[in-house]
Ligand binder design. Sequence first.
Ligand SMILES: [Zn+2]
Length: 482
Amino acid sequence: MQTTRLRKPIALLLLALLLLTGFGCAPQGSAANAETIEPIVLSTDEPEATAAITPMPKPELKYIFLFIGDGMGAAQIQATSEALAAAGRDALSFLEFPVQGSVKTASFDGSVTDSAAAATAISTGKKTINGYLGLDSDKNRIETIAETLRNAGRRIGILTTVSLDHATPAGFFAHVDSRRSYATITDDLFASGFDFFAGGGFHSTPDAADRAVENGYTMISSFEEAPASTEGMLILSSKLIFGDYGVLPAIDGGARANWLKKATDLAITRLTAPEGFFMMVEGGRVDYFCHYNDAGSFVAELLDMDEAIQSALAFYAEHPQETLILITADHETGDVSFTDGDRAQLLKQTISSDICDNTLVQECLAAKTPFEEALPLFANAFGLDNLTEAETALLKEAYTKTFFNNSPGNSDEEYGTYEPITTACINIVASRAGVVFGSGGHTGKDVPIYAIGVGSEFFAGSYENTNIHDTLLLAVAAYPFS
Ligand SMILES: [Zn+2]
């Protein structure tokens, strides 16, 4: 807690120093600073020397990316990272960011947070009650960072792989005391005036398309429909959705592949403008699959978000003196830890537990497929080569239970239950990979934050999630642009 109290004074002192000296710190230390300072120091005595030096442009914080992996704790990142290494694939794009920190996530009363209170803390700088969005603990409306930056003239984008009215995206535009008040959340979305939304559908707004038009938005359901003009407000409400109105799981591929990256690319195209932008991009389903203890699927969701981060990094490479990229999470889900195992197993699964239940299991039930014929289908879908006798016995028992429907699979208060055969498959994947789930819910673990670019230096250290909001405003003030 001490670091929390100290952080703001230190940050304000830094800001005062910056303003007094008239210089913004270059993102990664002294090299650029020295070049910026030298011509001024030399100019009085050695005017000729200035001509030989090309000053670096002064950093201006114009473009801000905030990536939130829902449920993406340090262990989720470690699992993905080790799986990539074990498979000989490229590392995650953000692990080497020059600034890293640690974020405390508890909600207002010290409880393990939900996504609503966490999004509100990150977006407003105020801790609140679980379930509240854009309200403090006394239900007073509080401005979000997206609203503040919109009012300052920036273009705003909110992107997610879950439904557009889900807690994390809603934490940036909604003001309501229940994350389940989907109608109010949708009203707030249409009233936000934000320039771009991309995500799944809406829970309780069958007339969303009409409402969008009434509120000045163009609404599309695929990338192909994106208008050529980048002016005007746009909502991409994907048609690639399933039960919970979110975009289909990343692991199932097909038309869903690279969806978040494409949405991020579209956001960059639409939002890049002289007035600058702020975009929040959520990898929303890491959490979902950690609730379900489906390790292969959460790893695929994290990789999916990493592809979108790579788009942000490509933009950063073109605008290094104007861009800040932050990667963090709202909380950890699943209490993930590790034992010995082959992490590469996590990359062999090619079906989510949801789609397995909805397709493979249903097909086997309809055709009354005997276990011996069904086994290779499930083994193939989950990447389970060379099944041991013990694994085969487990799968046979689970398959029988699925047929006679007499035993629950993994169950979760909010998310429900999978078929026993599906649960047995994801349990074997996790067991082979050495990934252990301690729970099916959120935990109070700190989450990491990674930063690169203009103002990134302010994000080092250990602090509360509310400081992300405060520090973003500090960075914006430290690196103004004209
Ligand atoms: Zn959750």
